[in-house]
Design a protein around this ligand. Structure first.
Ligand SMILES: O=c1ccn([C@@H]2O[C@H](COP(=O)(O)OP(=O)(O)O[C@H]3O[C@H](CO)[C@H](O)[C@H](O)[C@H]3O)[C@@H](O)[C@H]2O)c(=O)[nH]1
Length: 177
């Protein structure tokens, strides 16, 4: 049977390229995106580029904080995995509006609960390598100190790190992995 993927933030930069790749591989893809940093034009373009496989793409304008809307999406399709790209990531804005970033980017546990209740156990959590500098220095050797200074003190990176770690713990704790 054809595999189905839910891509959050699938109208965005990395998301739309991922969606096209999945469609080209013949998979069924559902995108949820609240279109705060993207447009449905990107989705239409992906459908066009995927040619015949474009019919396997379904798009919903959904804010991941809206649990009821998320439940409806999971009720409509049995997903093999979720690929998570939906997030705010502008460094400068995250410093100016930290509460906006906390509010938007910490909704992952909400999605995990809905995933778990629908028996979906696989999540690809896309984050930024920059939020992992520090104890895990293997990523950026020479420039790591510089990157650490810039990024570890701004909310966007701190949040990504927090969400990455707590998502990992939740997935393990709930036997989702
Ligand atoms: O609460 C939110 C925040 C954003 N989005 C959507 O998520 C997408 C994010 O795409 P961007 O083009 O803004 O970002 P990138 O594809 O460049 O980056 C994304 O992928 C990166 C992978 O390294 C990081 O995970 C980063 O946090 C994530 O936004 C956009 O369509 C935006 O509308 C939502 O649906 N809900």
């Amino acid at each position: 049977m054809t595999k189905s993927f839910l891509v959050t933030g699938g109208a965005g930069h990395i998301g739309s390229h991922t969606v096209l790749h999945l469609l080209n591989k013949g998979f069924h893809v559902v995108v949820v995106d609240k279109l705060n940093n993207a447009s449905e034009v990107a989705i239409n373009r992906v459908v066009e580029l995927a040619a015949d496989n474009g019919k396997n793409l379904v798009f919903h304008t959904v804010d991941l904080r809206d649990r009821e809307a998320l439940e409806k999406v999971f009720s409509s399709t049995k997903f093999d995995a979720v690929i998570h790209f939906a997030g705010l990531k502008a460094v400068g804005e995250s410093v100016q509006k930290p509460l906006l970033y906390y509010n938007n980017n910490l909704m992952v546990p909400n999605s995990l609960e809905v995933m778990a209740s629908h028996g979906c156990k696989k999540l690809v959590f896309s984050s930024s390598a920059l939020c992992m500098v520090g104890p895990r220095r293997f990523l950026v050797q020479k420039s790591s100190l510089f990157l650490q200074q810039i990024h570890m003190e701004e909310p966007s990176s701190l949040l990504k790190r927090y969400v990455a770690i707590s998502t990992n713990q939740t997935m393990n704790g709930n036997n989702l992995t």
